[in-house]
Design a protein around this ligand. Structure first.
Ligand code: PLP
Length: 378
């Protein structure tokens, strides 16, 4: 390739029904094209204040420390762990898919001691096992788990898991990257201490931002740390000076201005629709999709009570080349769906109905395309 041959990049228009990113709402794309202003411009600072209020609504919390981290969901995860976990802390991690494994990695890198409570991929976290682990490890002080496991399409009972953790005097770190905006997430009611999400799944925004929120209890632990947070960029003591309320806003890093316009717009759209209505829409479209999937003879990997409405794990039928199906969907229909990961690689398709992509039009389009391709390949 010669550099003179390179022109502007114009991506193909796709329908995104994988595990994320999902379709971006056109209003979000428009918002992001608005003029860039300075990150300390009073108009921008006002927008940041609104963004916090909108995020508090999305998370259902009054937590003052509710902000978007200027980086993707993985950085939101890291932000929670590096701030809360001190060397020597025992952290119980409930793992039932890919993302729980990353939590372990984070704890180890913080000098903490991970205690793994493992459930099979494709089922929800077992609350009894967590209770047993807490009884066996009375010195544990943090419990972490993934609410919506995108790798398997499973939803765990965050409310119950947090209740158990609280009873054993543990703080909680909860991954809601795929649940926020798609299924109920209630930070205050469930007494979650540290929570992170992502902009590109059920919030209909572009990738690259991670909403987080921290309770007073969590802030207390951070303020009482014996050692410095090992990440300068994610150290909340410093980030708070930038996102904190009041007039003196200290420079920390240059906020991704236009990306934040996008998140602001995405949250305004969510507010206009209403959280409950957004949850109901995800459920309705999931039910429509499920009816169609069963009608064409396919089945779900996950049992009904554990299913995530926004991420459908569909079992690949015997003898079908699952990669070929995905390739044809992309090439012939401009439709992206996801493959299985880890122990589920080759065994499932992961079909997202997240955010703006959770629409009747997409349900019908995907079902139609899959029907045609599967009957053609049979
Ligand atoms: C997508 C995802 C992440 C990571 O988010 P990125 O924006 O890709 O960094 C973390 N946890 C879960 C459950 C996810 O689905």
């Amino acid at each position: 390739m010669h550099i003179n041959d390179i022109k502007s990049f114009v991506p193909p228009v796709r329908t995104l029904m994988g595990p994320g990113p999902s379709d971006v709402h056109p209003r979000v794309s428009q918002a992001m094209a608005r003029p860039t202003i300075g990150h300390l411009d009073p108009a921008f600072v006002d927008m940041m204040d609104e963004l916090k209020v909108l995020l508090q609504y999305a998370f259902q919390t009054k937590n003052a420390l509710t902000i978007p981290v200027s980086a993707p969901g993985s950085a939101g995860m890291e932000c929670c762990f590096v701030n809360l976990v001190e060397p020597g802390d025992k952290v119980i991690i409930c793992q039932n898919g890919v993302f729980g494994g990353r939590m372990k990695e984070n704890v180890e890198r913080c000098g903490g001691i991970p205690i793994m409570v493992v459930d099979e991929w494709g089922i929800a976290v077992d609350a009894n096992k967590l209770e047993d682990a807490l009884k066996a490890n009375t010195d544990a002080n943090i419990v972490a788990f993934v609410h919506a496991e995108t790798s398997t399409g499973v939803q765990s009972d965050a409310k119950t898991l947090c209740e158990i953790a609280r009873r054993h005097d543990c703080l909680t770190i909860v991954d809601t990257v795929t649940s926020l905006g798609g299924t109920p997430v209630k930070v205050d009611e469930w007494q979650i201490d540290a929570i992170y999400s992502g902009s590109q799944k059920c919030l209909s925004c572009t990738p690259g931002l991670s909403p987080v929120s921290f309770s007073e209890r969590a802030i207390e632990k951070i303020k009482g740390r014996q050692s410095k947070v090992q990440s300068w960029f994610l150290d909340l003591n410093l980030v708070m000076g930038y996102w904190g309320s009041g007039t003196k806003r200290a420079y920390h890093h240059t906020a991704p201005i236009n990306a934040l316009y996008g998140l602001h717009e995405a949250l305004v759209i969510l507010k206009e629709e209403g959280l409950e209505n957004a949850w109901a829409r995800h459920e309705t479209n999931h039910q429509g999709f499920r009816a169609g999937i069963e009608a064409i003879g396919l089945s779900f990997k996950v049992k009904e009570s554990d299913r995530l409405p926004q991420l459908n794990a569909i079992t690949v039928p015997e003898g079908v080349d699952e990669a070929e199906v995905r390739k044809r969907l992309l090439n012939e229909y401009h439709l992206e769906i996801g493959a299985g990961l880890g122990s589920l690689a080759g065994k499932i398709w992961r079909i997202g109905l997240m955010g703006y992509a959770s629409r009747t039009k997409n349900v019908l389009y995907c079902l139609g395309a899959m029907t045609e391709i599967l009957s053609d390949m049979a």
